[in-house]
Design a protein around this ligand. Structure first.
Ligand code: ADP
Ligand code: MG
Length: 416
């Protein structure tokens, strides 16, 4: 029973580094070199525990799976991880006491390390099947060398061979299994990042075509009016045409601005900021605009609403929403703004107007590029706002009733 327990422990020691690596390291650590260092340390720890808690057969047969972390360290890491892990094995074995086992370990390593390192290059180039075969082959070579050397010192008894055969088969099966596991997880990760990339390109391509179309409209209108200005018959209309031209150019400019900021939120330069303070600031920025439209802002903002975000981007998304609220009330009205915190760890910002509201259908389309019901709208404001808040790991909820008003609810994770 205790043998099975020992074997299971050894298996766990193989699995833990792989899962730690793929869960915590691949996504977060971008530098290739740092990843190698972390992986080597993880395999080092695994080797340390493997050798500390071996499977004991009878009195002097102590077996462990140290070859597997070593093998993975070399095949996936290369030369230096290989040297580091080998040195670790020898030093730790030395610490455990100089005996037959120590000499066997040193000899086995000196013979098999060059072979493992030699095959590392072709391993890196192989496909999944080739890698699995190579890993199993190499671990066979290592264990076989170990068995031969030990047997050469001590003689080959039937009992010794029996135990070693079981060990060999076990090592091969485990190597096969973990190489498969490692390769499969890697494949899934690769697939996911490929998909994210192709999705990005698809969106960019789609936007670019709509963008070109949208930008052409104001340009053509402006061009038409500029042409009319050439007509000497219409001097009193000059002013009006000029104004229209300027307006249209402004609109083209606005579209470009909104569009450019769409790509930016992917850059992560977030910091710890006070959402309440930012909200207050955004309100004072929009003040002159709102007074022009007979709109009053009423605020109820809690101090100490700390979030992890980029202040300029938060500001931009708030202003977009404020502007929509103001524009939804052509005859003026009140916009209520609150900021507080929820019990489940979010900062909640609400922006409520008493404007024209939206139907279900309109709400569904909100946030899609160039969706606008306004004569001079860009239809990019909400798309940008959604994206910005998403980049803070937050979300925007919308409640709206036609002719009653709209409420935007922004939830962003709170930080201490
Ligand atoms: P734009 O403001 O340039 O039209 P937006 O993306 O900011 O583009 O908004 C898209 C559309 O969503 C608006 O044209 C409007 O129809 C609708 N909308 C957004 N906010 C509100 C609101 N507070 N009340 C009513 N309708 C809104
Ligand atoms: Mg808008």
């Amino acid at each position: 029973m205790s043998i099975i327990k020992d074997f299971l422990l050894q298996l766990t020691l193989m699995a833990i580094p792989i899962f730690i690596y793929f869960t915590f390291v691949t996504e977060k650590v971008k530098s290739h070199k740092n990843r190698k260092v972390i992986m080597s340390v993880l395999w080092g720890i695994s080797i340390f525990f493997c050798m500390s808690f071996p499977v004991s057969f009878g009195q002097n047969a102590r077996l462990d799976l140290r070859i597997i972390p070593l093998l993975f360290g070399i095949l996936y890491g290369g030369f230096w991880p290989g040297i580091f892990l080998s040195a670790l094995i020898i030093l730790y074995r030395l610490y455990l006491g100089i005996s037959m086992g120590f000499y066997t370990t040193v000899l086995t390593l000196s013979i098999s390390l060059p072979v493992l390192l030699y095959f590392q290059k072709s391993f890196a180039r192989s496909n999944k099947d080739g890698r699995v075969k190579m890993a199993v082959g190499l671990s066979f070579f290592y264990v076989f060398t170990g068995i031969s050397i030990f047997g050469w010192f001590k003689g080959f008894s039937i009992d010794y061979l029996k135990v070693q055969m079981i060990h060999l088969i076990f090592v091969l099966a485990v190597t096969w299994f973990f190489t498969m596991l490692n390769e499969t997880i890697k494949e899934i990760h690769q697939l996911r990042s490929d998909m994210q990339n192709s999705e990005k390109f698809r969106v960019i391509g789609e936007l670019a075509s709509v963008f070109a179309h949208e930008i052409r409209n104001p340009m053509q209108v402006t061009r038409g009016f500029l042409q009319l200005l050439n007509d000497p018959e219409l001097p009193e209309k000059k002013k009006e045409y000029l104004q229209i031209s300027i307006d249209e150019l402004d609109r083209a400019n606005e579209i470009i601005n909104d569009f450019l900021s769409f790509g930016k939120p992917t850059v992560n330069n977030n910091e710890r900021i006070n959402a309440g303070y930012q909200l207050q600031r955004a309100v004072s920025i929009i003040q002159s605009y709102s007074l022009n439209h007979n709109v009053e802002f009423k605020t109820d903002i809690l101090e100490n609403c700390w979030i992890y975000a980029n202040p300029q981007k938060l500001n931009q998304s708030l202003i977009n929403i404020f502007k929509n609220a103001i524009e939804s009330m052509p005859a003026g009205g009140i916009v209520w703004i609150t900021c507080g915190s929820t019990e489940d760890g979010y900062i909640i910002i609400t922006i409520k107007d008493e404007g024209i509201g939206m139907t279900k259908n309109q709400m569904e389309r909100l946030g899609s590029p160039f969706y606008s019901l306004k004569e001079s709208g860009t239809g990019l404001g909400m798309m940008v706002s959604f994206q910005i808040v998403r980049s803070f790991q937050g979300k925007i909820l919308v409640k709206s009733e036609k002719d009653r008003g709209t409420e935007f609810i922004i939830l962003i994770p709170r930080v201490a």
